[in-house]
Design a protein around this ligand. Structure first.
Ligand code: ZN
Length: 86
């Protein structure tokens, strides 16, 4: 059954099909040290944080999804200049 047929069949039966959000991308290794393990925790101001267990590199955000995305963005960048000696 094609997607079009599926939609038509769903409509016939009184349903709407809703496309699921993309699943999480796989997390990249830490931009600073290359470690693959992270802690998740909440900060005092109720933000969500993800922190590298080895070097402490941390990203903050308002939701798990937000920090997941931000982590991958940060870890896609070149290593920050100031941190290269760590
Ligand atoms: Zn790290």
């Amino acid at each position: 059954m094609t997607l079009k047929e599926l939609k038509e069949e769903a409509r016939r039966q009184g349903y709407y099909l809703v496309k699921a959000e993309n699943p999480y991308e796989k997390l990249k290794p830490c931009v600073i040290c290359g470690n693959n393990r992270r802690d998740h925790f909440k900060t005092k101001d109720a933000k969500v944080a993800m922190r590298c267990t080895k070097c402490g590199f941390t990203v903050l955000g308002t939701s798990e999804r937000a920090i997941h995305k931000k982590w991958n963005e940060e870890c896609s960048k070149p290593k920050p200049e100031a941190l290269q000696s760590l």
